[in-house]
Design a protein around this ligand. Structure first.
Ligand code: NCD
Ligand code: ZN
Ligand code: ZN
Length: 343
């Protein structure tokens, strides 16, 4: 008999769905496996307030396949101009979190915060109403090496935020280092982290040895194998501070395979299968359900999904490319064989 794995239905606590013609692809792929997803607000221009978030949510809802219960959870993008009033209005509109992108840190972060002091009133208001703070945790100063930017952010900014707002719930998104895993593990309650499938499956050798592979380029950038091991350890530890966030971030093929390529890996096509691969390799498939389906909703104070999904152990190959609104999109691990398949 084929080996099977049945899990409480999972959610994705960090995804990029983009907009317009991309939504049919991105929403369809996410909704196939996840019941809820936290939708990143880094559109151009960004989703900065309640009105933007509600309108964006409507555009996403239009692309949810008939009868699918997928629920997009909305986030506003913090800028130097986000104030307490905007936070309160967003909270009233059902926005569950606000995202801090240090200006210039990643894709579409030009409108991000230039000095954390500028958003202290907004953070006060978030702490008061229970809105979560999501962080792209990298400093952007040119003197800091790209491989050290997460660690320096933790030392310079995150440790201060955690102390200055003692009851604010904070998620350090897409962690990539042993430093981040250790910081979150030792931090006060209410500080968590998401981990992507690609940071569990790969390290910088996969991106750079034997030729440069642009589809593995994302931010924060893949680190050494030592950090990959620390992330696998954290994700499969059963510690509820670590939960699933794919950071699936599509860019059309031409924007990746070029002299100055965009950062972002498209994993939504086979996200839960990629995570299953990583947990299976670690011999920790029994820890996947907590990470994928329980610790996220618990952290956010939302109910766990009641229904289940089933994966079967069956080799299958990812397609070489996908259509995204008439453009070609190369999924991460294109053409490679995975050992688990969602039924
Ligand atoms: N992760 C990435 O490399 N890219 C994301 C932005 C982000 O999450 O930092 C994107 O929007 O393309
Ligand atoms: Zn990011
Ligand atoms: Zn992201």
């Amino acid at each position: 008999m084929t080996e099977q794995l049945t899990l409480r239905a999972p959610d994705d606590w960090h995804i990029h769905l983009r907009d317009g013609g991309a939504l049919e692809r991105t929403v369809g792929d996410a909704a196939r496996q996840f019941r809820r997803a936290i939708v990143m607000p880094n559109l151009v221009p960004p989703v900065v307030d309640a009105e933007d978030a509600l309108f964006y949510q409507l555009r996403i809802r239009e692309q949810i396949p008939e009868g699918n219960p997928f629920e997009p959870l909305m986030v506003i993008y913090l800028t130097d101009r986000t104030d307490a009033e905007m936070v309160k209005l967003a909270h009233k509109a059902g926005v569950i979190a606000a995202k801090l992108y240090p200006a210039g840190a990643t894709t579409n972060s030009d409108s991000g915060v230039t000095d954390i002091a500028n958003i202290y009133p907004a953070l006060e208001a978030m702490q008061e109403c229970g809105m979560k703070l999501l962080l792209h945790g990298e400093v952007t100063t040119s003197d800091i090496d790209i491989f050290d930017r997460e660690q320096v952010f933790i030392e310079k900014t995150l440790s201060r935020l955690v102390d200055d707002f003692p009851t604010l719930k904070i998620v350090l998104e897409h962690i990539t280092t042993a430093h981040a895993a250790e910081f979150v593990q030792n931090a006060r309650d209410g500080v968590g982290a998401t981990i992507t499938a690609h940071h569990l499956l790969y390290n910088r050798n996969h991106m750079l040895v034997g030729g440069i592979r642009p589809h593995y380029y994302c931010l924060p950038i893949l680190k050494r194998g030592y950090h990959q091991s620390a992330l696998i350890e954290a994700a499969t530890s059963g510690n509820p501070k670590f939960f699933l966030g794919t950071d699936s971030a599509p860019h059309a093929q031409g924007k990746k395979e070029t002299a100055c390529g965009c950062a972002g890996c498209y994993t939504a096509f086979a996200a839960i299968e990629l995570y299953a691969e990583a947990f299976d390799r670690a011999g920790k498939l029994d820890k996947l359900e907590g990470f994928a389906s329980e610790f996220g909703p618990d952290f956010y104070g939302l109910p766990r999904n009641e229904d289940t999904i089933t994966l079967v152990k069956q080799a299958w190959a990812l397609p070489e490319s996908l259509d995204m609104g008439g453009e070609r999109l190369i999924p991460l691990a294109a053409g490679e064989t995975l050992s688990w398949k969602l039924v």
